[in-house]
Design a protein around this ligand. Sequence first.
Ligand code: 3HC
Length: 694
Amino acid sequence: MTAITDFVSYEARGTVGVITVDSPPVNALSQGVRAGIQGGIKAAVADDSVNAIVLACAGRTFIAGADITEFGKPPQEPGLNDVIATMESSTKPVVAAIHGTALGGGLETALGCHYRVAVPSAKVGLPEVKLGILPGAGGTQRLPRVVGVQKALEMITSGNPIGAKEAHKVGLVDQVVEGDLTEGAIAFAKKVAAEGRPLVKISEQNDKLAEAKKNPAIFDDFRKKNARKFRGFEAPENCIKAIEGAVNLPFPEGLKRERELFMELMVGEQAKAQQYFFFSERLANKIPDVPKDTPLIDINTAGIVGAGTMGGGIAMNFLQAGIPVTIVETSQEALDKGIGIIKSNYAATVSKGRLSQEAMDKYMSLLTGSTNLEDLKDVDIVIEAIFENMDVKKEVFGKLDKICKQGAILATNTSTLDVDEIGEATSRPEYVIGLHFFSPANVMRLLEEVRTKKTSPTVMATCMALAKKIGKVPAMVGVCDGFVGNRMLAKRGEQASQLILEGAKLEDVDRVLYDFGFPMGPFAMSDLAGNDVGWRIRQGRGVTSPVADAICELGRFGQKTGDGYYHYEKGSRTPQPDPIVEEIIVKAARDAGINRREVSDEEILKRCIYPMINEAAKILEEGIATRASDIDVIWVYGYGWPIYRGGPMRYADHIGLENIYNDMLKFKAEHGDEWTPAPLLEKLVKEGKGFKDL
Ligand code: 3HC
């Protein structure tokens, strides 16, 4: 075996030269890998003992793409396009051997090979759009030449990978290899050489482009169909333009077009924010005082207390991950209802063709219902998801403590209560943790994990790993009222309520936040979630909110009652402004002695967003969140903060903390002490720093 570079080696195995990339963790295309592959191809071409070449990877995956840590740094030779050109023009057939994931530049490298084989579990895709960019090494030019324009549009603008079987069906993979991949790839390469099969250069294959050439409307149709999905994002449009280039320009010109469009995105704020977010999401997995090698508790079974909306949604996550669930309710009726809802949710997904009947049957077979807490005695983790009442929760935890085996984790899904206090209701507070799922719990990606003063490192590490297993993105936070997400949300809610009293129309407040990139504004969101939820919490805490209370007193609980802040026609989810609500607002403003005025969009945005950022500064100061980027993860995955703005902390740094600070002082002069900048914000401004510097 010859080392070409530190990360790539070359070896002749019989008549096939095998180039192996070995650059943990994911074989990203750093300079050393690029140079190694190019050198490996040259070595194999020069090696008279071989007549075919295999490109394979060691470790857990094929090449997972460009090395994102190199982005923004001066480019180093050789560029990936040059490496791919060297491969494509090789005089001996090159076969990519794919396992794990061939993503981004990884798939582009494979597309530069003459053939591709893959193991059945492999996945291939071009996820660059998720990093705010587009495939920049020929992916937008070669993929449509293999899978056709429509499929390429879908794959490149969604960034979602496809499995080996589908890839084989659409011609992206030539053979699915069972058994040892390298051996399979060598056998395939020998066959190609023996049969004298052509060196397929994808850049020269134009047949699959013909249909789109005849029907250029395909692009605008695609834009129209996906307008909602692409709203606010810059990258998908450039992806589409690059694929148009593939259809309308000769290959070399298409590559140039791709590069221009790639660079346009790369220097923009969205790409920077999305790449920052990629690393933030992974950083959130790491808890500074929980060592990487902390032993984990095996989680093979789960118990859920409460089969309401949250309990049912939480159960679905476990079932889909293949973990058997016992769900407990107080009455058979409530249990049947809860299980019925889980079943009908799955049935609806089956009828939309997004889940097979077989998979649904498998999930349901993993679910057991019970009306007896004793049935949780053997489970590895229990998640309590009953209504928010401290006394009842303490009683349940006291019972669970007695029933559940030693070493079982007892988790609460509370969104408002003190998890330390819940832990103290047991004799094992170190096994108690908050697992705050977001509604709908089977859909929302965020899992806000809440550590108490006593939660053990093993429990924390286990719950972080568990989150990944059930498809969630975790962020660990400490105990405070509302934890991180809802505590910040409350600040936005207060301002939104105040703004409508001062004269802003509620539909304008919603529009401004929608245009900022949220899926909906605060009033539409409240109507969707149910206005009665907040009303009950306020009643419990003895606080009032004039407009929100008046709306609830009229039974206007939101979409479910047909009226809330807006009116909804029967069967429709489209909010319509309602004069009755306007009257309520005008009266409440009069009662409060407020002179109503015009409020600009700019003021609406600043007044909704800046108090959140200020609250986040307090959260960081108190150590409730470990890092600013964890807060961004929480807001993107739990509250629909537009990922292309990176999250509230990243956005604050982008706007400039000094600008935010100065605006806050202006608002303070107009509206009072609630606008006092947090000490941390003030400190950072004085030091000329941002949240990124913490
Ligand atoms: N560059 C640099 N580092 C990368 C990386 C990349 N492309 N992909 C992953 N990593 C790092 C992660 O940051 C993480 O580091 P850490 O351990 O220090 O936190 C480590 O590799 C492991 O990653 P994950 O925790 O994500 O591991 P998983 O096994 O869960 O997932 C994966 C593996 C599916 C490959 C996932 O990491 C992934 O999706 N990676 C990004 C793929 C991607 O976006 N590729 C396109 C890059 S852009 C490009 O190719 C441009 C080209 O067109 C020119």
